[in-house]
Design a protein around this ligand. Structure first.
Ligand code: SAM
Length: 155
């Protein structure tokens, strides 16, 4: 996969509103595919009592995730995997969060939906997953702009 996706964080308040739309339940596993500094998995673990797993390829960002997980006392509740989102088996996930881009979503979707368990929710910030029908499309007000989300459920 050659498309480069830079680190642009979702405002945390926006991400939490988007995750709320997936109806998270305590103890469920959320995976952020391309996790940056792990803001989302850390806050989702706190806010919704989820188990967080960030996948990130940039070692500098992975290090930052590890420092934060340790400093914030979240070991055992939040994890980070240094790796490629295209090489991951998503069967562990109840919720997958994406903020990647339409082309990347298109390429990732077959891997995602072939490994996810039935009933798992995928929520994509700003970008749809081409060729897949969302169960819900909505928008969330952010500090600077509106943020669209697309929610999919694995059937
Ligand atoms: C737009 S940022 C989103 C960060 C975070 N999910 C958020 O919403 O705040 C995309 C992140 O995906 C990471 N990324 C891009 N391609 C990746 C890949 N193939 N495997 C793992 N991480 C990747 C980038 O390094 C970047 O940190």
């Amino acid at each position: 996969m050659s498309i480069k996706v830079p680190y642009v964080p979702t405002p945390t308040s926006v991400a939490m509103e988007i995750i709320k739309r997936t109806k998270p339940r305590p103890g469920e596993v959320i995976v952020d595919a391309g996790a940056g500094e792990c803001n989302i998995v850390i806050e989702a673990a706190r806010r919704f009592e989820l188990i967080g797993l960030g996948i990130e390829k940039d070692p500098v960002l992975v290090k930052r995730c590890l420092e934060r997980i340790n400093a914030e006392g979240l070991r055992g509740r939040v994890y980070v995997a240094w790796g490629d989102i295209f090489q991951f088996n998503y069967s562990i996930a109840d919720i997958v969060y994406l903020y990647l881009g339409t082309d990347v979503n298109k390429e990732l979707a077959p891997i995602l939906f072939s490994t996810l368990k039935r009933g798992a929710r995928v929520v994509s910030h700003d970008f749809e997953i081409p060729g897949y029908k969302p169960t819900e499309v909505g928008s969330v007000k952010g500090p600077l702009r509106g943020h669209k989300y697309y929610l999919y459920i694995k059937t």
